[in-house]
Design a protein. Sequence first.
Length: 304
Amino acid sequence: MTSLRVGVVGAGRVGSVLAAALRRQGHEIVSVAGESDASTRRAATLLPGVPILKPTAVARTCDVLLLTVPDDMLGNVVTQLAASGSLHDGQYLVHSSGSHGLAVLSAGAEVGARPVAVHPAMTFTGTEIDLDRLGQCVFGVTAGPDERPLAERLVADLGGEVMWVEEQLRGLYHAGLAHGANHLVTLVSQAMELLGAAGAGDPAAILRPLLEAALDNALAEGDAALTGPIVRGDVNTVRAHLAEIAASAPDTLPSYLALARATLDRVVTDGRVLPIRAAAIRRVLDAAHAAAADATPTRRTPQP
């Protein structure tokens, strides 16, 4: 099969890795664009010998233009490339944003480019480590009927699996990924801080086997994997947790309260906690929330 001539605008963690993976499969990476020092170093490491050019020059030299810029910049980048005459009829315009579908590429489509959304559902380090991880990655893909073969080929060459996502569902798809991955980092960081405050020298070592087992169980069993004081209806344990967190890590209290409420709602719905016990836990959560609000100093509006 004929190799593709690929250009990359945005030599960040994602763009450099995807380009390096496509290069491994025999595709020609004709040029990349990246302005920061980190992007330049990353391109030199993962894509040695590939020219670093301006975005307009990159767009003019390729048949597949991979756009791996931040979500909020994507529409503006496409508009500027189209206005400059850098895009051409029949060129594939591929972005890696999770939240965007094809609409963000409309300026390119108006000049004859063929829009495709291909989002890798993984986090990137921007190093060679990611190249092996791509083989376990699902890609959220949105494409028209005529562009689907190219999208499928790209994902196959990257070693991944296609999940077709309807245009109107891109936001929901991305919210699910962000809620799971990004908020997991916040949750784990807060848990490590609590253990550190409790005297743990290496909180990560304590949490790793526990969290790995919890994640595996949750992915396999869903809500059935829940354990702990909420699902057991242990009101006094929850009350003790809240008191300790309020005293030692008050910044963590809002997220603990929010997740405790969400967990309680789910185990009440499936019948594992009786309503009377759930009501007692909710009173404890409400009291902790009220106490935290009372303890927060209010800002006075300066008098003129």
